[in-house]
Write a protein that binds this ligand. Structure first.
Ligand code: HEC
Ligand code: HEC
Ligand code: HEC
Ligand code: HEC
Ligand code: HEC
Ligand code: HEC
Ligand code: HEC
Ligand code: HEC
Ligand code: HEC
Ligand code: HEC
Length: 344
């Protein structure tokens, strides 16, 4: 900047000089780039450090409650306000007769979740988003841990007790990343709409459910939460393998057994042969028989005379149509007295 002003004053003589020095001149200009100057604007919450945020949470918690509770808030956050607050009044959170609800008698109403709001209500408009009231969701200034604690003050019951240590807690997923509070019907609690909430983060699973064979989730007949406990389970993930089989057989009871003649893998883990979300093989199979079976059964062990690779006997009943299943149809186990090799 300074360099350019100096050059202007020195007239066209210096302009020639300027051309000759073109590149150092540009370098000098860059050094004086106004973007490098400290910002005049106020510090936005986006640039707050984690310590700033924690300190702000403490300030809010120690602050005063607003004078008239929800009436203070809806004085500004009314029907005209860009974020629709009012549908909340159609939900369980606004049931006045329920003493546990934020709107139960003597409870803190809006501030039960958002924390004391006097400072926020009185703040200048430009400071409304500077960390003076608890906010929710993954883009909010409030650290996820502190957001979730607000919800857990009321929801630390038996269903939620395993939240601590679950994958979603460990990965700092906010309650509010799944739950919408200010809508009449929370989509994640709706079987038809739930999967789309999950797919915002789990794109791989979305692709799986598009495959030819799939559990009817995208048809809206089944929810992810019918297999997964999203709030955590047994402290070791959202669905441990051992309990997965129990989940499967809670719907597919005929596969539960016990069978007179078990097929070892089916007694252990359905996931050894099926991919639970989707597959391009029939019946959610990971591979098509005979390859599926030959993952475990050596070609030499059972039917040693058969060309298991398919190259020599393309029409063999061992390999064609349903392959091994042509004869071994009771692949999940058999109760037939002579079903030892799962032929019936
Ligand atoms: C004097 C008007 C006024 C009052 C009273 C008021 N708010 Fe606000 N509130 C605002 C404005 C303006 C914003 C900023 C909106 C924006 O910038 O998009 C805001 C933002 C918020 C936010 C987002 C804050 C953030 O940091 O992201 C929450 C949550 C909120 N208000 C809740 C409340 C609650 C709860 C109360 C009652 C305790 C309340 N407000 C009272 C005007 C008000
Ligand atoms: C049960 C907890 C809870 C209660 C009670 C509650 N809120 Fe909220 N509020 C939330 C959550 C969670 C969000 C984030 C958006 C969502 O999930 O719907 C939110 C979002 C907001 C926002 C939008 C902030 C933004 O980023 O723009 C405003 C404004 C707000 N609430 C005001 C209120 C007011 C006013 C009341 C009382 C009438 C109230 N809230 C009661 C949980 C609550
Ligand atoms: C002041 C206590 C309180 C706070 C704080 C609170 N809730 Fe609730 N919540 C309740 C009560 C009471 C119910 C109704 C329970 C029932 O009917 O069994 C409820 C119900 C729910 C439901 C089920 C709604 C339905 O339609 O079945 C969800 C989901 C929920 N809360 C999530 C949240 C989240 C997320 C937060 C934090 C943003 C939160 N709650 C904060 C008291 C609270
Ligand atoms: C990964 C998405 C997800 C997250 C994160 C999540 N929830 Fe849920 N929540 C669900 C789903 C799905 C259901 C319905 C199925 C169920 O009950 O398991 C539900 C149901 C609920 C219910 C109502 C049903 C009941 O059992 O009473 C409450 C209350 C609730 N959640 C609170 C919370 C709280 C509090 C948090 C944060 C600590 C949280 N949720 C985090 C997805 C989520
Ligand atoms: C029929 C039961 C079932 C349904 C329905 C289901 N899942 Fe799963 N899901 C499973 C099983 C079983 C596993 C464990 C797979 C494994 O360990 O290989 C799993 C694993 C996962 C994983 C971990 C993936 C990984 O590779 O570790 C995610 C994420 C997941 N499921 C999300 C979802 C979502 C999102 C939905 C709904 C759109 C859903 N699931 C519906 C049974 C189900
Ligand atoms: C805000 C993002 C987000 C949303 C929304 C979300 N998840 Fe997750 N989920 C994660 C993260 C992060 C992990 C841990 C890392 C991973 O395994 O990808 C995870 C892990 C999982 C796992 C694997 C657990 C394990 O132990 O391996 C399952 C199952 C799962 N989520 C199911 C769901 C279901 C069902 C929903 C919808 C009700 C959902 N998630 C919504 C972010 C999310
Ligand atoms: C909540 C009930 C439920 C649970 C739990 C469940 N399923 Fe299913 N399963 C279904 C329904 C419904 C269908 C679809 C039936 C239909 O379309 O006629 C299905 C279909 C299937 C199919 C056949 C798919 C096809 O394309 O023919 C297989 C294989 C299967 N499930 C395996 C499993 C496994 C493995 C698990 C455990 C990870 C499991 N199921 C858990 C309800 C369930
Ligand atoms: C050894 C591999 C294997 C294991 C392990 C296995 N399955 Fe299967 N499953 C198959 C094969 C192969 C088919 C296709 C059968 C056919 O086409 O006739 C099938 C088909 C199914 C079907 C759809 C057709 C039907 O018979 O209703 C369901 C449902 C099913 N399995 C559930 C389960 C459940 C639940 C488990 C765990 C208890 C399980 N499977 C374990 C191989 C297996
Ligand atoms: C994950 C590995 C695995 C897969 C995949 C598998 N099996 Fe098995 N299978 C076993 C084990 C382990 C045994 C028990 C062997 C024993 O007891 O000596 C067994 C036993 C059998 C038996 C009875 C053998 C006997 O001596 O009692 C038959 C028949 C059989 N499997 C057929 C099949 C067919 C058909 C398929 C494909 C649909 C298949 N298996 C897929 C592991 C597998
Ligand atoms: C044409 C019918 C047929 C087909 C197809 C077939 N099997 Fe068999 N399999 C049998 C019969 C019959 C027995 C019982 C033999 C006996 O008891 O000695 C048997 C026995 C077995 C055994 C137990 C062997 C033992 O040592 O006890 C295994 C394992 C087996 N088959 C695996 C397979 C696999 C894997 C395939 C697919 C590649 C397959 N079978 C295809 C008829 C068939």
């Amino acid at each position: 900047m300074l360099v350019r002003i100096a050059l202007k004053r020195a007239g066209w003589c210096a302009l020639l000089l300027g051309l000759a020095l073109a590149s150092p001149l540009r370098a000098a200009e860059k050094d004086a780039d106004p973007d490098d100057a400290p910002k005049a604007k106020g510090v936005s919450f986006l640039s707050m450090t984690l310590e700033d945020k924690e300190a702000a949470v403490d300030r809010v918690e120690q602050g005063k409650m607003s004078k008239d509770g929800a009436n203070t808030c809806v004085g500004c956050h009314d029907e005209e306000f860009k974020f629709p607050v009012f549908p909340l009044f159609k939900t369980k959170h606004a049931v006045k007769a329920d003493p546990r609800s934020p709107f139960g008698q003597d409870n803190a109403q809006c501030e039960a979740c958002h924390g004391p709001g006097n400072a926020h209500a009185k703040a200048k408009k430009k400071d409304k988003r500077s960390g003076n009231i608890i906010n929710f969701g993954k883009d909010a200034w409030t650290p996820v841990k502190d957001q979730n604690e607000k919800c857990l003050t009321c929801h630390q019951n038996h269903q939620r007790i395993q939240w601590k240590g679950s994958s979603h807690e460990f990965s700092e997923v906010a309650c509010a990343s799944c739950h919408k509070i200010h809508v009449a019907k929370d989509p994640v609690l709706d079987r038809q709409a739930q999967a789309d909430v999950c797919f915002t983060c789990h794109a791989n699973e979305k692709a799986k459910f598009q495959q030819a064979s799939h559990h009817p989730v995208r048809e809206g007949k089944m929810a992810c939460s019918e297999c997964h406990n999203v709030h955590g389970e047994n402290g070791s993930g959202l669905m441990v393998k051992a309990s997965a089989r129990e989940k499967c057989t809670s719907c597919h009871a005929e596969k539960r057994g016990p069978f007179l003649w078990e097929h070892a893998p089916a007694a252990e883990d359905c996931g050894l042969c099926h991919s639970p979300h989707g597959s391009n093989q029939a019946a959610l199979l990971k591979k098509r028989p005979p390859q599926l079976c030959q993952e475990c059964h050596s070609p030499l062990a059972a039917h040693p005379t058969v060309a298991y690779d398919g190259s020599k006997l393309p029409n063999s009943m061992f390999l064609g149509a349903k392959g091994c299943l042509n004869c071994h149809s009771a692949v999940h186990g058999s109760n037939h007295p002579s079903g030892v090799t799962q032929l019936r």
